[in-house]
Design a protein around this ligand. Structure first.
Ligand code: IPM
Ligand code: MN
Length: 350
């Protein structure tokens, strides 16, 4: 019995989570997956009501779960940072979910803005470091709000943190068994301390993987190549903030935020699955957001929990739904509601 914590949170989060759980229920029934859901009312509304973001008691309960399924975080009435740090990053850091796994896969029937590129060209995965870098929150401000203000925000890179994410990427390249290649993305020509550590670690760990091709690339060039030659990539490993940025670009080439899913993985602990899109407050309650990303995240969660048949069935149903052409352009103007999209995928589980 898998115990799954459900955190719909803010904006359109609850709407897409409902569809993800709808599809999950059908796949679980077909493949005999036993699970129990425990829903938590956290997010911007609760914060505005009670001043609480993510109480320790909830963290304690979540630590007893097998996985967390999250909708979206971000509320227009809450100052920036409060929910991002107090909720999303607290979960990622608190459960040491050091891998942020973001597949960039163009499914057949989905439009990409890249001219002359198709599903055979766009199929790679970004392994984003998820606990360090500029997200560590170290730094400070002096003389805030005065003309002499000083602000320092430090990127934190540890040997341990760098090594474990790079090792994960190499193992994944082996497991994928595609191009058997890992591209390490950094800015070592400018960030000559932190990203020098990354380069040396990549080279050292790489010696243990002679069967895997190894490339170094600068992040700015990678932005260019994701657009020009996405077929060059197989597994991409990168730092926290660069991973954040290049996966929004990745989401666009795979057909938009409506399809981009992610997993925050602690291979030895509690992992969390979420669409990479945000809470999209202006669409809240309108039933217009594409739930495919959230549905795919549920599929990744099944896979992670060892329910490979159910996970594969969810991905297959998504592929059939997208190929059917019945989901329109996946945008908020597609004319297909969130619920209809979820119903369609659920009906295609085999
Ligand atoms: C993401 C988001 C988060 C991040 C924000 C909401 C803190 O953009 O999951 O990519 O920067 O990691
Ligand atoms: Mn992001």
């Amino acid at each position: 019995m898998h115990k799954i914590a459900v955190l719909p949170c803010d904006g359109v989060g609850p709407e897409v989570v409902t569809e993800g759980l709808k599809v999950l229920a059908v796949a679980a029934e077909k493949y005999n997956v036993k699970y129990e859901l425990v829903e938590y009312d956290i997010g911007g509304d609760r914060y505005l009501r009670t001043g609480e973001v993510l109480p320790d008691s909830v963290m304690e309960e979540l630590s007893q779960c097998d996985a967390i399924y999250l909708g979206a975080v971000g509320h227009p009435d809450v100052p920036p940072g409060v929910l991002e740090q107090g909720l999303l990053l607290k979960l990622r850091f608190g459960f040491d979910q050091y891998v942020n796994l973001r597949p960039i896969k163009l499914y057949p029937g989905v439009a990409t803005p890249l001219k002359d590129k198709g599903p055979e060209d766009i199929d790679f995965i970004v392994v984003r470091e998820n606990t360090e870098g500029f997200y560590a929150g170290t730094g400070g401000q002096l003389k805030r709000g005065t003309p002499d203000e000083v602000a320092i925000q430090t990127g934190v890179y540890t040997r341990k943190g760098t090594e474990r994410i790079i090792r994960y990427a190499f193992e994944l390249a082996r497991k994928r068994d595609k191009a058997k290649q890992v591209t390490c993305v950094d800015k070592a020509n400018v960030l000559t301390y932190g990203h020098d550590l990354w380069r040396r670690t990549f080279a050292e760990v790489g010696e243990e993987y002679p069967d895997i091709k190894q490339e170094n690339a600068f992040v700015d060039a990678v932005c260019m190549w994701f657009v020009k030659n996405p077929e060059w990539f197989d597994v991409v490993v990168t730092t926290n903030m660069f991973g954040d940025i290049i996966t929004d670009l990745g989401a666009m080439i795979q057909g938009g935020m409506g399809v981009a899913a992610s997993g925050n993985i602690n291979p030895e602990g509690v992992s969390m699955f979420e669409p990479i899109h945000g809470s999209a407050p202006k669409y809240t309650g309108n039933n217009v957001i594409c739930p495919i990303a959230a549905i795919c995240a549920a599929g990744m969660m099944m896979e992670h929990l060892g329910e490979t048949a159910a996970g594969a069935a969810i991905e297959k149903a998504v592929i059939s739904a997208l190929a059917s052409g019945k989901l329109g352009d996946l945008s908020t103007r597609s004319g297909v509601s969130t619920t209809e999209a979820g119903d369609l995928v659920a009906s295609l589980i085999e």
